[in-house]
Ligand binder design. Sequence first.
Ligand code: IMP
Length: 181
Amino acid sequence: MLNVVEKVLVTQEEIVKRSIELGKEITEDYKQANEIPLVVGLLKGSVPFMAELMKHIDLDFQFDFMDVSSYEGTESIGDIRIMKDLDISVKGLSILLVEDIVDTGRTLKEVRRMLLNKGAKEVKIVSLLDKPERRVVEVDADYVGFTIPNEFVIGFGLDYNQKYRNLPYVGVLKKEIYTEE
Ligand code: IMP
């Protein structure tokens, strides 16, 4: 285990097992609704989870990525900056947004609102992790892998200063790592 990890919260085996369950649930829900989603990953954190999850969604869907960043440190929370937009128009499409974690909820709330404004028919959310204690705006993921306590986590897509996204598990970052800097 990397020496920056306090403890492992979710193992690789647990993530794979849960991704299989979520993939089945998503497949059944969309089949029942007679819809095929455009699966949209939010860069960069969603990549490992999306790669795992997609293998277990048994539908003929397409996928794409978006990169957004929030205007941090300002009072304005109603805005996000689009760093990379989708390649195709979302008009009339059912979107399944894939995220690594729902924390304050601001990112997903804004991205969902923006996609609906652009004419998406519906926007559903699947997130590997949910940290409900940190929520400041109301947004709920339709599918959640694991609900976790209010700790800063890294791995399986989640970073600290852009590092540790490649860890095959989700771990709690040692406090001394982010208090040292
Ligand atoms: P929100 O808009 O506050 O919900 O923030 C979501 C984004 O914050 C996620 O996509 C992550 O990139 C980042 N984030 C939130 N909590 C953590 C964490 O514990 N570790 C790493 N990144 C996090």
